[in-house]
Design a protein around this ligand. Structure first.
Ligand SMILES: Cc1ncc(COP(=O)(O)O)c(C=O)c1O
Length: 436
């Protein structure tokens, strides 16, 4: 009779193969041969059609809300469910627990490889916000210490700083990251000997601006020389734009699995330069943050970023996170990211054609600053929340208003199509023309 581990492996593997996914290497070493099989080769559009079949929501609505909350392929959800049932046969039973325990180390190593994070630099979190908060609370803040954020941040990279301001009297400096401003010049204009942290969106959820990697690397050197920590909020980063942690040069990078990486909700990661671990101090800690503990007062933290994790964890979700990223890797990062850029170029061209109808670009016009977060500026008489409501309730087109009044966001992922973009822009024009 097959052992439970054997059975569980078979289910996961069958599902992964049915879904055309790359088989997770992790603990499935006996399947290395299958894992090295070439993927089914897709004609240009077929691979997108195939992917859309794995994302049933694409048949329910025109989905431009990946920037808010992403879609997850069916086989990933099945894997989460399988893992939960597998674990539930005996969470403390040695026939099941080692397999479950291997999920997190395997995922940390895998994410490190995918996003060029040095060994030991990955902490698994439950959201981008968690990574931001770990970073924000990592310093011994004193009254008058300064942090730099921008005018294009998500509340997740604003609220923690407001709380720290109210609690410790830190000073928040805001720079202007509208499309076309000079990142280095902006930071230089507010940098002082009291600046202890710069925390900016890698890709803004408000105007879609992507910080260029070379600019980030230059900023990282400038900040290091000033003794300032550099954090990037990467909620809209991996899966949306190319992401190379080492090339960016930042000290810490917070991201999530549940938007552009198509992972389960409640998954995320914090990437940290290993030589900054001791500087990025723990504010929350607990069982599993430590390597040694003698109960008499002595303890040693883990030597890796896993020290930021503690307590009992949602292991099945993390298995799903890995499966989702493997699916995207299997589709091909170049193909996925290239398609996002191609679709955004199409959207840019269409908005330019719609100039006479009063639409314009709020996102950067230069390709090097663009991302899948595509934002249009509506005619002045047109209210973005009204348009958003109309599109969602009457056209099943899901978009999002953003911080600036009159701007509307279409988060364009690889599974979207040119027809969907055309249809959405026509619907926007019609909503604004009829002055809803
Ligand atoms: C730039 C940015 N940062 C942070 C967040 C919050 O992400 P999470 O839900 O993973 O905490 C979002 C969510 O939309 C975002 O766009």
């Amino acid at each position: 009779m097959p052992q439970p581990e054997e059975l569980a492996r078979r289910t996961f593997i069958t599902r992964a193969l049915t879904a055309g996914a790359v088989i997770p290497l992790g603990s499935f070493t006996s399947l290395l041969s299958e894992a090295s099989q070439p993927l089914k080769s897709f004609k240009p559009e077929d691979w997108v059609k195939d992917a859309r079949e794995q994302l049933p929501a694409t048949g329910q609505s025109t989905y431009f809300q990946t920037g808010g909350v992403g879609l997850t392929p069916t086989h990933v959800l099945d894997e989460v469910s399988d893992r939960l049932h597998f674990q539930n046969q005996g969470p403390a039973d040695p026939r099941y627990s080692p397999e479950m325990a291997s999920i997190e180390p395997t995922l940390r190593t895998y994410l490190a490889e995918q996003f060029r994070v040095p060994k030991g630099g990955v902490a698994l979190t439950h959201s981008t916000s968690e990574g931001i908060s770990i970073t924000a609370w990592s310093r011994n803040w004193r009254e008058g210490d300064e942090v730099v954020i921008s005018n294009q941040e998500h509340p997740a990279n604003v609220v923690p700083w407001f709380v720290l301001r109210d609690r410790y009297g830190i000073v928040i400096r805001e720079i202007d990251l509208d499309s076309g401003t000079d990142l280095i010049g902006e930071v230089n204009s507010v940098l002082s000997s009291r600046t202890r942290m710069v925390s900016l969106s890698h890709v803004s959820r408000n105007n879609g601006r992507r910080l260029r990697t070379a600019d980030c690397a230059e900023l990282a050197s400038l900040l290091e020389a000033n003794g300032t920590m550099f954090h990037l909020d990467g909620a809209q980063g991996p899966g949306c734009v190319p992401m190379d942690f080492q090339a960016l040069g930042c000290d810490a990078y917070s991201t999530c699995g549940h938007k552009w990486l198509c992972g389960p909700k409640g998954t995320g990661a914090l990437f940290v330069k290993p030589d900054r671990l001791d500087e990025l101090q723990l504010s929350w800690a607990g069982s599993h943050s430590h390597e040694d503990l003698d109960y008499a007062g002595a303890y040693t933290l883990l030597p890796t970023a896993a020290r930021y994790e503690f307590g009992t964890r949602a292991l099945a979700d993390f298995a799903g996170f890995q499966s989702a990223v493997e699916w995207m890797e299997g589709l091909g990062w170049d193909r996925v990211l290239g398609r996002v850029q191609g679709l955004v170029q199409h959207a840019v061209d269409r908005v330019r054609e719609q100039g006479p109808a009063g639409l314009s670009l709020a996102s950067p016009s230069s390709g090097a600053d663009r991302s899948g977060v595509f934002v249009i500026r509506l005619p002045s008489r047109c209210d973005a929340t009204d348009v958003y409501n109309y599109l969602a309730s009457e056209q099943q087109i899901l978009t999002s208003p953003v911080r600036r009044e009159g701007d509307l966001r279409l988060a364009i992922h690889f599974f979207n199509t040119e027809d969907e973009i055309d249809h959405a822009l026509d619907a926007v024009v019609s909503a604004c023309t009829s002055n809803r």
